[in-house]
Every structure is written in C-alpha cells, then in structure tokens.
Design a protein around this ligand. Structure first.
Ligand code: CA
Length: 407
C-alpha cells in the first residue's frame, strides 16, 4: 500500500529501481507517490554525483561518506522545491516515474550482516517462555550488546517469497532427531541500519561517530524456524534456523531524515562500560506495526490483520552502542554492511515482535478473520511490517516490508 505522506520532502529515502521501459537497475529517491530516477538526474547535469551514475546498488554512494550524502540530499531538496528554476523543474519532471510503475530491488549489495538482540523486553519475554521459573535475562545482558554474524547472501528485498526451510529438529520427548520442513516458522520484527563509508581494520569506532558511519535505516524481518533453532542453538547460537532468509524494506531512510525523531534513551543499570557511552542520545521514536494475512483471508477479501504494535524507541542498546561494540575488537566496517536491531518488543501484550512471544510458543493461537487461527506461519501466509516516525506535523515513513511463505 502506498501512502504518499510517508515520503514527503523531509524524507527522500534512497532505493534501487527498474521499470518496464528501462530494465537496468538504477538509484532513485521516493517522493510522494513518485520516484525520482537519480541516474537520469545525474545524466541531465542537474545532480552532481558520479557514484550514482549507472549504479545497480547504493554501495559506491555509501562509500562516499556523509558529506556527499548530505550534499546530494540538499541538492534534491532544492530540485524538488519551489525554489527550483524552470530548467531544473523540467529535468526533474523527466526523471520522475509513478511509484507503482517501478520494481524495487535490494538497495545494497549486503556486506557483512550482524543481528543484535537489543530489546530487553524481547530478551525477557523469550527467557520467560523458554526457561520458565528461571531468571529470564542472561547475566551478561545489561553489560554487552549481544549479537551474532548472520548470512548476508540470503538478505532479500520486500516482496521476495520465503520458502519454508527444512532442517533438523528434535522434539523433547523424541529419541532421535528428524529432518523435514519446519513446523514453527516465525518472524522477527526488527529494523536494520546500514553502514558507510567503511573503516580501517584494527581501528575501533567510538560510539559518538554514528553520523560518520551510518547511512540510514530499513525495516527488517529476521525469519526464524523455532524448532530448528531450539535443537541447534547450543552452544554457538543461531545458525540454519535464521540463515535461510532475512527480508528488508526497499527504501533506506537516512539518519538525517530521522534526526527530528530522536528520543531519550532508556535508563540503564548498571552504567555501561565507557566505550559504550555516547554523548548524544541515539534512540529513535519509530512506530512499528506487524500484520498478517493468510491465503484464505486474501481469497475472501479480508485485509491484513494487525497482530503487533511496537516502537524502536525503547531498545536497551542503541545503534551508537552497537557500532562501538561491533568494532571494539578492531573489526572494520564496509559500505553496505547491515546491522539488525534484534526483535523489537514491548512488555505489554500486543507489543511483541515475534509469534513466539505473541502466541507463547504456539499455545495462545491468534484468531483471524474468517475463523482461522495461527500459532506459527503456514504456507501462503503474508507478513507485513510497517514503520513511521511522526512528531507533530513532521512525518517520515519507511513504507512496508512484506513477504509470503511458500512451501
Ligand atoms: Ca533476530
């Protein structure tokens, strides 16, 4: 669903498009109900940005760094404003396409992919479900931003079908494991931030260097097979239960566009180690929504049902801490590296970002229009994640991220 108010002049998110008339992939920004073809704009001489010319991904642009990102965005804001002269307006009109006429592609060639676990509420909910009666949070949680390195090659753009993975599972009462399709396919409502221009191997990045190293955010769905995960995850953590697919939204919303929506960080006790402290606050007020539509709902004309509403604001660890932590050992960043926030959950019912939490591991099935219920996902189910930052009249949207399960 296209909502033009998501993509006003204050947003201008970057993506990669193609269209029927011009099959080559090329960069664009979304503007209201249109897209502006940046390759065409550079060709016209109205935008000076070599790294966007004929670019099938945004990686070369990400490598340029924040001064160029900002200059391009400022130039685009001028070209799309009333201050543009007739020649500029003509060039912009020629570079514009209706948004529903373009195909969206993965905006970056994903370098390394890391997924964090930065929602204290999510970690607490999961601990309570999987280890009832025990202390839900692991002892390291309030000290170290926990994460793992994922599989960048299976990051896909919104709209890409997700094939139900096969894997090795073992029920608690079974004598031996078996191999077959997962019976506990789940989603994780997350956001992801994208790195550029990269850093030097061996040189940690301070927490305060966010603006120099982070281009922007996307919506992210970390598809998860809970039964495979439960059997394989000890002692090394997530592996094949996560690596079959990770979906991201096609438009990258820049940190500059998100700046008006920064919020106070949550209280932390104990105080984080010095390398995890930043002078500025790096929490963002982004409203998130997860919806579910089964094949039968689609056939019978039922719209997707909202199953969760949550907000990025409450995350225990911010991107500044994730940035500092992931490079604290000297590991460097490359343009196009992707960092998932971890499942974004609240403490209240209906604010959880996974079916594992929403249904208490399948025990409390979700009732759907038409009489169906769901504990985990079935083939033909479509999951949609929407995100939007709103403050007064200011509004910046992420659009939506969708994926349908196929058998
Ligand atoms: Ca995750």
């Amino acid at each position: 669903m296209i909502d033009p108010s998501d993509y006003g002049i204050d947003n201008l998110p970057f993506g990669i498009i193609s269209d029927e008339g011009h099959a080559l992939k090329r960069p664009a920004v979304a503007f209201e109900d249109k897209v502006v073809d940046l390759d065409a704009l550079v060709h016209s001489g109205r935008l000076d940005a070599e790294s966007l010319l004929g670019a099938a991904t945004l990686n070369d642009f990400l490598a340029e760094g924040p001064a160029v990102w900002r200059a391009v965005r400022a130039r685009l804001r001028h070209l799309l404003s009333a201050a543009a002269n007739d020649d500029e307006r003509g060039a912009v009109a020629k570079a514009m396409l209706p948004r529903d006429a373009v195909t969206m592609h993965l905006p970056i060639a994903v370098g390394d992919y890391v997924d964090f676990y930065s929602s204290l509420e999510h970690a607490t909910n999961v601990g309570r479900i999987l280890r009832p009666g025990a202390e839900p949070l692991p002892p390291n949680y309030r000290h170290v931003p926990i994460g793992y390195h994922g599989r960048s090659g299976t990051v896909v753009v919104s709209g890409t079908p997700v094939r139900r993975p096969h894997g090795q599972v073992k029920a608690a009462d079974a004598a031996a494991p078996s191999f077959g399709p997962t019976a506990m396919l789940d989603v994780e409502l997350e956001m992801g931030w994208i790195a550029g221009p990269g850093s030097v191997h061996g040189e940690p990045i301070p927490a305060d260097a966010v603006r120099e190293h982070v281009f922007g955010y996307v919506l992210l769905n970390d598809w998860s097979a809970r039964d495979i995960q439960a059997w394989e995850y000890q002692p090394l953590g997530p592996f094949l239960a996560k690596s079959f697919a990770t979906s991201i939204s096609p438009w990258i919303v820049t940190l500059d566009a998100l700046d008006p929506f920064r919020a106070a960080e949550p209280q932390r006790d104990p105080e984080p180690l010095p390398y995890l402290q930043s002078r500025e606050s790096w929490a963002y007020d982004v409203e998130l929504q997860m919806l579910l539509q089964t094949e039968r709902m689609r056939t019978h004309g039922h719209p997707p049902l909202t199953v969760a509403r949550t907000n990025l604001r409450g995350m225990y660890w911010t991107l500044a801490q994730q940035l500092a932590h992931v490079t604290s050992n000297g590991a460097h960043l490359r343009p196009g590296d992707l960092f998932g926030t971890g499942t974004i959950s609240g403490a209240d019912p209906g604010t959880e970002g996974s079916l594992l939490e929403l249904t208490r591991r399948g025990a409390n099935r979700i009732a759907l229009p038409g009489g169906e219920t769901r504990g985990f996902l079935e083939d033909g189910d479509t999951v949609v994640i929407r995100g939007r930052a709103v403050r007064g009249a200011a509004r910046v949207g992420f659009g939506e991220l969708s994926g349908t399960v196929v058998g």
